[in-house]
Design a protein around this ligand. Structure first.
Ligand code: SF4
Length: 306
Protein backbone atom coordinates (compact mmCIF):
# COMPACT_ATOMS: atom_id res chain seq x y z
CA UNK A 1 0.00 0.00 0.00
CA UNK A 2 1.46 3.35 -1.04
CA UNK A 3 -0.95 5.69 0.75
CA UNK A 4 -3.49 5.00 3.46
CA UNK A 5 -5.85 7.71 4.70
CA UNK A 6 -7.52 6.74 7.98
CA UNK A 7 -10.37 8.59 9.67
CA UNK A 8 -9.43 11.93 8.16
CA UNK A 9 -11.42 14.70 9.81
CA UNK A 10 -11.01 18.41 9.16
CA UNK A 11 -12.55 20.91 11.54
CA UNK A 12 -13.03 24.57 10.68
CA UNK A 13 -14.50 26.99 13.22
CA UNK A 14 -15.83 24.11 15.37
CA UNK A 15 -17.57 22.42 12.41
CA UNK A 16 -16.40 19.05 11.07
CA UNK A 17 -16.35 20.02 7.40
CA UNK A 18 -14.66 16.76 6.32
CA UNK A 19 -15.38 13.55 8.17
CA UNK A 20 -14.84 9.78 8.07
CA UNK A 21 -12.56 9.82 5.05
CA UNK A 22 -10.89 6.44 4.62
CA UNK A 23 -9.22 5.26 1.43
CA UNK A 24 -5.99 3.87 0.14
CA UNK A 25 -4.01 4.12 -3.05
CA UNK A 26 -1.91 1.32 -4.49
CA UNK A 27 1.25 1.65 -6.55
CA UNK A 28 0.39 2.01 -10.24
CA UNK A 29 -3.19 3.03 -9.50
CA UNK A 30 -5.17 6.08 -10.62
CA UNK A 31 -7.58 6.87 -7.81
CA UNK A 32 -10.08 9.62 -8.43
CA UNK A 33 -11.96 11.88 -6.03
CA UNK A 34 -15.05 13.26 -7.71
CA UNK A 35 -17.77 15.68 -6.63
CA UNK A 36 -19.15 19.14 -7.30
CA UNK A 37 -17.30 22.28 -6.20
CA UNK A 38 -17.55 22.63 -2.44
CA UNK A 39 -17.72 18.89 -1.79
CA UNK A 40 -14.39 18.90 0.07
CA UNK A 41 -12.30 17.04 -2.49
CA UNK A 42 -9.59 19.72 -2.77
CA UNK A 43 -9.33 20.05 1.03
CA UNK A 44 -8.86 16.28 1.17
CA UNK A 45 -6.10 16.47 -1.47
CA UNK A 46 -4.33 19.35 0.26
CA UNK A 47 -4.40 17.58 3.61
CA UNK A 48 -2.43 14.69 2.08
CA UNK A 49 0.42 17.14 1.53
CA UNK A 50 -0.18 18.80 4.89
CA UNK A 51 -0.73 22.03 2.98
CA UNK A 52 -3.80 23.28 4.83
CA UNK A 53 -3.45 26.53 6.76
CA UNK A 54 -3.29 26.29 10.57
CA UNK A 55 -6.88 27.44 11.06
CA UNK A 56 -8.00 24.00 9.87
CA UNK A 57 -7.68 21.31 12.53
CA UNK A 58 -6.79 18.04 10.85
CA UNK A 59 -7.17 14.70 12.66
CA UNK A 60 -6.63 11.13 11.56
CA UNK A 61 -3.69 9.42 9.92
CA UNK A 62 -2.21 9.81 6.44
CA UNK A 63 0.27 7.00 6.08
CA UNK A 64 2.67 7.35 3.17
CA UNK A 65 5.45 4.79 2.91
CA UNK A 66 5.07 3.94 6.61
CA UNK A 67 5.22 7.57 7.81
CA UNK A 68 2.24 9.48 9.15
CA UNK A 69 2.39 12.72 7.18
CA UNK A 70 0.27 14.53 9.77
CA UNK A 71 2.83 13.92 12.48
CA UNK A 72 5.97 14.74 10.44
CA UNK A 73 7.64 18.09 11.08
CA UNK A 74 7.59 20.75 8.37
CA UNK A 75 11.19 20.15 7.21
CA UNK A 76 10.33 16.49 6.43
CA UNK A 77 7.18 17.51 4.62
CA UNK A 78 9.16 19.94 2.47
CA UNK A 79 11.54 17.11 1.53
CA UNK A 80 8.66 14.81 0.59
CA UNK A 81 6.79 17.40 -1.51
CA UNK A 82 8.04 17.38 -5.06
CA UNK A 83 10.35 14.42 -4.46
CA UNK A 84 7.99 11.69 -3.22
CA UNK A 85 4.60 13.34 -3.71
CA UNK A 86 4.03 16.12 -6.20
CA UNK A 87 1.02 18.08 -7.35
CA UNK A 88 -0.49 19.56 -10.44
CA UNK A 89 -3.06 22.30 -9.97
CA UNK A 90 -5.73 23.73 -12.23
CA UNK A 91 -3.98 27.04 -12.86
CA UNK A 92 -0.28 26.58 -13.67
CA UNK A 93 0.27 30.35 -13.57
CA UNK A 94 -0.17 30.23 -9.79
CA UNK A 95 2.55 27.60 -9.41
CA UNK A 96 5.02 28.81 -12.06
CA UNK A 97 7.42 31.64 -11.36
CA UNK A 98 6.69 34.34 -13.99
CA UNK A 99 10.29 35.67 -14.07
CA UNK A 100 12.12 32.37 -14.59
CA UNK A 101 12.39 30.35 -17.78
CA UNK A 102 10.29 27.18 -17.56
CA UNK A 103 13.27 24.90 -18.26
CA UNK A 104 15.15 26.37 -15.32
CA UNK A 105 12.13 25.94 -13.05
CA UNK A 106 12.15 22.21 -13.79
CA UNK A 107 15.94 22.10 -13.33
CA UNK A 108 15.51 23.68 -9.88
CA UNK A 109 13.70 20.55 -8.74
CA UNK A 110 16.91 18.55 -9.27
CA UNK A 111 19.05 21.22 -7.61
CA UNK A 112 16.78 21.35 -4.54
CA UNK A 113 15.92 17.67 -4.11
CA UNK A 114 19.01 15.93 -5.52
CA UNK A 115 21.78 18.48 -4.95
CA UNK A 116 22.74 18.41 -8.63
CA UNK A 117 24.91 21.13 -10.16
CA UNK A 118 23.08 23.66 -12.35
CA UNK A 119 24.60 22.09 -15.48
CA UNK A 120 23.51 18.55 -14.57
CA UNK A 121 20.06 19.75 -13.49
CA UNK A 122 19.49 21.52 -16.83
CA UNK A 123 20.55 18.37 -18.68
CA UNK A 124 17.94 16.40 -16.73
CA UNK A 125 15.30 19.05 -17.42
CA UNK A 126 16.10 18.80 -21.15
CA UNK A 127 15.50 15.04 -21.03
CA UNK A 128 12.04 15.55 -19.50
CA UNK A 129 11.10 18.28 -21.98
CA UNK A 130 12.12 15.92 -24.79
CA UNK A 131 10.06 13.10 -23.31
CA UNK A 132 7.01 15.37 -23.12
CA UNK A 133 7.70 16.71 -26.64
CA UNK A 134 7.99 20.31 -25.44
CA UNK A 135 11.75 20.84 -25.89
CA UNK A 136 11.01 23.86 -28.14
CA UNK A 137 9.72 25.88 -25.15
CA UNK A 138 12.47 25.12 -22.65
CA UNK A 139 13.77 28.71 -22.77
CA UNK A 140 10.37 30.37 -22.71
CA UNK A 141 8.81 32.26 -19.82
CA UNK A 142 5.38 31.05 -18.57
CA UNK A 143 3.47 34.00 -20.07
CA UNK A 144 4.75 33.06 -23.55
CA UNK A 145 3.00 29.66 -23.43
CA UNK A 146 -0.56 28.53 -24.13
CA UNK A 147 -2.60 27.00 -21.28
CA UNK A 148 -1.94 23.48 -22.61
CA UNK A 149 1.83 24.02 -22.81
CA UNK A 150 1.93 25.56 -19.33
CA UNK A 151 0.11 22.50 -17.99
CA UNK A 152 2.69 20.28 -19.72
CA UNK A 153 5.44 22.25 -17.97
CA UNK A 154 3.62 21.61 -14.67
CA UNK A 155 3.60 17.92 -15.52
CA UNK A 156 7.35 18.13 -16.25
CA UNK A 157 7.87 19.66 -12.78
CA UNK A 158 5.59 17.09 -11.17
CA UNK A 159 7.42 14.10 -12.68
CA UNK A 160 10.95 15.58 -12.51
CA UNK A 161 11.97 13.72 -9.37
CA UNK A 162 10.00 10.60 -10.26
CA UNK A 163 7.64 10.88 -7.25
CA UNK A 164 5.70 7.82 -6.14
CA UNK A 165 2.44 9.76 -6.04
CA UNK A 166 1.07 12.69 -8.06
CA UNK A 167 -1.95 14.63 -6.82
CA UNK A 168 -3.63 16.27 -9.80
CA UNK A 169 -6.36 18.71 -8.77
CA UNK A 170 -8.61 19.56 -11.74
CA UNK A 171 -5.53 19.47 -14.01
CA UNK A 172 -7.50 20.09 -17.20
CA UNK A 173 -10.47 22.20 -16.15
CA UNK A 174 -9.20 25.42 -17.72
CA UNK A 175 -8.36 23.76 -21.06
CA UNK A 176 -10.44 23.07 -24.14
CA UNK A 177 -11.66 19.52 -24.72
CA UNK A 178 -8.97 18.41 -27.20
CA UNK A 179 -6.10 19.69 -25.05
CA UNK A 180 -7.83 18.18 -22.01
CA UNK A 181 -7.69 14.74 -23.60
CA UNK A 182 -4.06 15.17 -24.64
CA UNK A 183 -3.03 16.12 -21.09
CA UNK A 184 -4.97 13.25 -19.49
CA UNK A 185 -3.59 10.76 -22.03
CA UNK A 186 -0.09 11.99 -21.23
CA UNK A 187 -0.57 11.69 -17.47
CA UNK A 188 -2.17 8.27 -17.84
CA UNK A 189 0.73 6.94 -19.91
CA UNK A 190 3.35 8.38 -17.58
CA UNK A 191 1.70 6.91 -14.49
CA UNK A 192 1.16 3.48 -16.02
CA UNK A 193 4.53 3.30 -17.79
CA UNK A 194 6.52 4.30 -14.73
CA UNK A 195 4.40 2.32 -12.23
CA UNK A 196 3.57 5.43 -10.20
CA UNK A 197 0.23 6.39 -8.65
CA UNK A 198 -2.05 9.38 -9.04
CA UNK A 199 -4.95 10.91 -7.15
CA UNK A 200 -7.04 12.64 -9.79
CA UNK A 201 -9.40 15.22 -8.27
CA UNK A 202 -12.19 16.34 -10.57
CA UNK A 203 -15.77 17.59 -10.71
CA UNK A 204 -16.17 15.90 -14.10
CA UNK A 205 -17.11 12.22 -13.75
CA UNK A 206 -17.28 12.09 -17.55
CA UNK A 207 -13.48 11.94 -17.91
CA UNK A 208 -12.96 9.09 -15.45
CA UNK A 209 -14.19 6.12 -17.48
CA UNK A 210 -11.01 6.01 -19.52
CA UNK A 211 -8.46 7.13 -16.98
CA UNK A 212 -9.22 6.10 -13.38
CA UNK A 213 -9.09 2.66 -11.77
CA UNK A 214 -11.12 3.44 -8.66
CA UNK A 215 -13.17 6.40 -7.60
CA UNK A 216 -14.50 8.00 -4.45
CA UNK A 217 -17.60 10.17 -4.77
CA UNK A 218 -17.60 13.00 -2.22
CA UNK A 219 -20.49 15.20 -1.18
CA UNK A 220 -20.55 17.73 1.66
CA UNK A 221 -17.21 16.50 3.00
CA UNK A 222 -18.31 12.85 3.26
CA UNK A 223 -17.77 9.76 1.09
CA UNK A 224 -21.03 8.86 -0.67
CA UNK A 225 -19.75 5.95 -2.73
CA UNK A 226 -16.42 4.29 -3.46
CA UNK A 227 -15.35 1.41 -5.66
CA UNK A 228 -13.84 0.49 -8.99
CA UNK A 229 -14.75 2.75 -11.90
CA UNK A 230 -15.96 -0.25 -13.86
CA UNK A 231 -18.33 -1.36 -11.07
CA UNK A 232 -19.64 2.14 -10.26
CA UNK A 233 -20.24 3.07 -13.89
CA UNK A 234 -22.10 -0.23 -14.39
CA UNK A 235 -23.93 -0.25 -11.09
CA UNK A 236 -24.07 3.21 -9.44
CA UNK A 237 -25.86 2.83 -6.13
CA UNK A 238 -25.94 6.25 -4.49
CA UNK A 239 -28.54 8.72 -5.85
CA UNK A 240 -25.81 11.41 -6.00
CA UNK A 241 -23.51 9.20 -8.11
CA UNK A 242 -26.43 8.40 -10.40
CA UNK A 243 -27.19 12.11 -10.71
CA UNK A 244 -23.55 12.86 -11.58
CA UNK A 245 -23.57 10.11 -14.21
CA UNK A 246 -26.83 11.46 -15.62
CA UNK A 247 -24.99 14.73 -16.28
CA UNK A 248 -22.73 13.01 -18.83
CA UNK A 249 -23.79 14.22 -22.28
CA UNK A 250 -25.09 11.36 -24.47
CA UNK A 251 -26.59 11.48 -27.89
CA UNK A 252 -30.37 11.79 -27.83
CA UNK A 253 -30.46 12.17 -24.05
CA UNK A 254 -31.58 15.27 -22.22
CA UNK A 255 -29.21 16.33 -19.40
CA UNK A 256 -31.25 16.82 -16.25
CA UNK A 257 -28.69 18.43 -13.94
CA UNK A 258 -28.86 18.04 -10.15
CA UNK A 259 -31.50 20.27 -8.58
CA UNK A 260 -30.44 22.41 -5.60
CA UNK A 261 -26.99 23.37 -4.38
CA UNK A 262 -24.12 21.81 -2.44
CA UNK A 263 -24.67 22.79 1.22
CA UNK A 264 -22.33 25.09 3.12
CA UNK A 265 -19.84 22.74 4.81
CA UNK A 266 -20.29 24.67 8.06
CA UNK A 267 -24.10 24.30 8.04
CA UNK A 268 -24.85 20.78 6.91
CA UNK A 269 -28.39 19.39 6.76
CA UNK A 270 -29.30 16.90 9.50
CA UNK A 271 -29.36 13.17 8.77
CA UNK A 272 -28.28 12.31 5.24
CA UNK A 273 -26.44 15.37 3.92
CA UNK A 274 -27.79 14.71 0.42
CA UNK A 275 -31.44 14.47 1.55
CA UNK A 276 -32.50 18.04 0.53
CA UNK A 277 -31.60 17.19 -3.09
CA UNK A 278 -32.49 13.52 -3.19
CA UNK A 279 -35.48 12.35 -5.18
CA UNK A 280 -35.52 9.03 -3.29
CA UNK A 281 -35.63 10.65 0.17
CA UNK A 282 -37.48 8.57 2.78
CA UNK A 283 -38.90 9.53 6.18
CA UNK A 284 -35.80 8.44 8.12
CA UNK A 285 -33.26 10.09 5.78
CA UNK A 286 -33.17 13.60 7.33
CA UNK A 287 -33.18 12.19 10.88
CA UNK A 288 -30.14 9.94 11.23
CA UNK A 289 -27.06 10.00 8.97
CA UNK A 290 -26.55 6.71 7.12
CA UNK A 291 -23.18 5.00 7.53
CA UNK A 292 -20.84 3.93 4.74
CA UNK A 293 -21.34 0.21 4.10
CA UNK A 294 -19.56 -2.28 1.88
CA UNK A 295 -22.51 -3.65 -0.08
CA UNK A 296 -20.54 -5.64 -2.65
CA UNK A 297 -16.86 -6.54 -2.03
CA UNK A 298 -14.87 -3.36 -2.70
CA UNK A 299 -18.01 -1.27 -3.37
CA UNK A 300 -19.03 1.08 -0.53
CA UNK A 301 -22.13 3.27 -0.33
CA UNK A 302 -23.69 5.63 2.23
CA UNK A 303 -27.44 5.45 1.65
CA UNK A 304 -30.49 3.86 3.32
CA UNK A 305 -31.57 2.42 -0.02
CA UNK A 306 -28.71 -0.07 0.33
FE1 SF4 B 1 -31.42 9.79 -0.61
FE2 SF4 B 1 -32.06 8.80 1.76
FE3 SF4 B 1 -30.12 7.69 0.35
FE4 SF4 B 1 -29.77 10.07 1.46
S1 SF4 B 1 -30.08 8.13 2.53
S2 SF4 B 1 -29.20 9.49 -0.58
S3 SF4 B 1 -31.81 10.95 1.23
S4 SF4 B 1 -32.28 7.78 -0.18
Amino acid sequence: MLLKVQNLRIVYKNSAIIEEINFDVEKGEIFSIVGESGSGKTLTGLSILNLLPDYFKVDGRIIFKNNDILSLDSSWIRKIRGKDISCIFQDPMVSLNPVLKVGYQVAEMFIYHHNLSKKEAIKNAEKIFNELKISHVINYYPHQLSGGLRQRVMIAMAIACEPELIIADEPTTALDVTVQEEILDLLYLLIKKKGKAMILITHDINILGEYADRLMVMYAGRIMEMGSVEEIFKNPLHPYTRALLDCIPREGKKIEGIPGNVPDLKKLPSGCVFSPRCKYKMRECPIEPPSLREVIPGHFVRCYLH
